[in-house]
Design a binder for this molecule. Structure first.
Ligand code: GLN
Length: 490
């Protein structure tokens, strides 16, 4: 695919960076193309919760002026990038998909936002998501659902569904999401783009609306693995404002892609290929495995024996942390406040009753229960112990293989309203939550389509802080196939 045949809003980030550097396009043109595209498709897609075209155009002009002034600019300079609406951007709305924060304007930038600004990126859209990132379909957004660009009556996945759909639809050249149990990787798979959840602590969570703090990570969506590496490069790194941020030395993630591709050892966890896996997803993932074999990779079956406990463990720990994190929405300091409260209790009760949606309430109730005295040891403490066993499973597997390859989602994009039962929705994360429990980097790479034309992705799970190797392995497949460059008929 060449730049001459690809509309500006569908360039890969790397292509756009090259075109900007060569003076073939300006940031103003790229930004206008993205804004025009968003205006054309948003009435049907609804991936945006808010956008600031005037601010984006001003940022683009500033980038073009920097370029005209000479000097070497980084690859993100002048590139339009969108953010999930759980990431703070100063003076912009920050709703987390919730009525609770409907009128909230962020007084500060998240660390990732500041880093993108410093890299010269043009910040344009704020993307729809499940309320407080709780969900797998973006249907839990308090505002409206988002369509899947490949089939508008189907969901884009979630909770970062808006960020995945916006990218697949050409409303940005890259986007950021957050991933607590799969919220970057699952929508990436369902929308046919690449999505990376970094190692826990690799990217600062400062300025991210907290869901489950021991699991939350911010990460990039891109059309290619190379694009994801370029965005990760900009946002990763130690941040003293996030005490869980790791102090790992800076790495050149993009350079890791050009390293000579040596045959690697890949593991297929047998627990990830069983019951519940859609046959068409299985076929597409098997084809990716075959590609790796042909590249000279040694592929072997491994076992992660505690996999059957992952979902339960996640829903104990994530809800416990959510119930604690969401206690801050008290109707007093910020967020929704009910009208004419009778007294303090009435203010708390009604503000929270009105501000939170059904799924958020369900999780607060569940989380409060597992933390309550008498049940703490039976549920929360036990889940923490199982979490350790899950991590040990992965570390043991990494003694035999360099990365694990699995399906990202058991099923392709489903119809809106199809998963009315919360448990059916929770099962969407069956293959993704293990990496969150273990804190490992994991990436979804698109690997084809079903007969109905729905995207399929496979997941690579890497060693702690093994992003460079993970990206190199993903790139070895992606540079040949580039499924994320396909364009939906929207
Ligand atoms: N779907 C999972 C949940 O609802 C994961 C969400 C996420 O990663 N933010 O908790």
């Amino acid at each position: 695919m060449t730049s001459s045949t690809t509309p500006l809003h569908y360039l890969s980030l790397a292509e756009a960076a090259a075109a900007l550097a060569a003076g073939r396009v300006s940031s103003a043109e790229l930004t206008d193309a993205v804004i025009a595209r968003a205006e054309a498709v948003e009435p049907r897609l609804r991936a945006l919760l808010s956008a600031d075209p005037a601010s984006a155009r001003a940022q683009a002009q500033a980038s073009d002026a920097r370029r005209a002034g000479g000097g070497s600019l980084g690859p993100l300079d002048g590139i339009p990038i969108g953010l999930k609406d759980v990431i703070a951007v100063r003076d912009q709305p920050l709703t987390a998909g919730s009525r609770m924060l409907e009128k909230f304007i962020s007084p500060y930038d998240a660390t990732v936002t500041r880093r993108l600004r410093e890299a010269g990126a043009v910040l344009y859209g704020r993307h729809n998501c499940d309320e407080f990132a709780m969900g797998s379909s973006t249907e839990n957004s308090a505002f409206h659902p988002t369509g899947n660009p490949w089939a508008l009556d189907r969901v884009p996945g979630g909770s970062s569904g808006g960020s995945a759909a916006a990218l697949a639809a050409g409303e940005a050249l890259a986007t950021l999401g957050s991933d607590t149990g799969g919220s970057i990787r699952q929508p990436a798979a369902l929308c046919g783009v690449v999505g990376l959840k970094p190692t826990y602590g690799r990217v600062s969570r400062f300025g991210l609306v907290a869901y489950a703090s021991s699991l939350d990570q911010i990460g990039p969506f891109g059309r290619t693995v190379e694009d994801v590496a370029l965005v990760l490069q900009a946002i990763a790194g130690h941040d003293e404002r996030d005490s869980t941020s790791v102090g790992a030395a800076a790495e050149d993630f993009a350079a890791a892609l050009s390293a000579p591709s040596v045959p690697r050892r890949l593991g297929l966890p047998r627990e990830y290929f069983g019951e519940g896996l859609d046959p068409e997803v299985a076929v597409a993932v098997e084809r990716a495995v075959t590609h790796y074999r042909e590249l000279g990779c040694e592929v072997r079956e491994v076992s992660l024996p505690h996999t059957p406990y992952c979902l339960d463990t996640y829903y104990v720990l994530a809800t416990a942390e959510a119930s604690s994190n969401l206690a801050r929405y008290d109707g007093i300091r910020y967020g929704h406040r009910c009208a004419a409260p009778r007294d303090l209790h009435d203010l708390y009760f009604r503000s929270r009753a009105e501000g939170f949606g059904a799924e958020v309430k369900r999780r607060i109730i569940l989380g409060t229960y597992v933390l309550s005295s008498g049940y703490y040891d039976a549920y929360y403490l036990r889940a923490q112990k199982v979490r350790t066993l899950v991590r040990q499973d992965f570390l043991r597997a990494f003694e035999q293989v360099d990365a694990l390859l699995t399906p990202t989602s058991p099923i392709p994009a489903f119809r809106r309203g199809e998963k009315a039962n919360p448990l059916a929705m929770y099962l969407c994360d069956i293959y993704t939550i293990g990496a969150n429990l273990a804190g490992l980097p994991a990436m979804s790479v698109p690997c084809g389509f079903t007969r109905a034309g729905l995207p399929v992705g496979f997941q690579l799970i890497g060693k702690p802080l093994g992003e460079s190797e993970l990206l190199a392995i993903g790139h070895a497949y992606d540079r040949v196939h580039q499924w994320g460059r396909r364009r939906p008929n929207l």
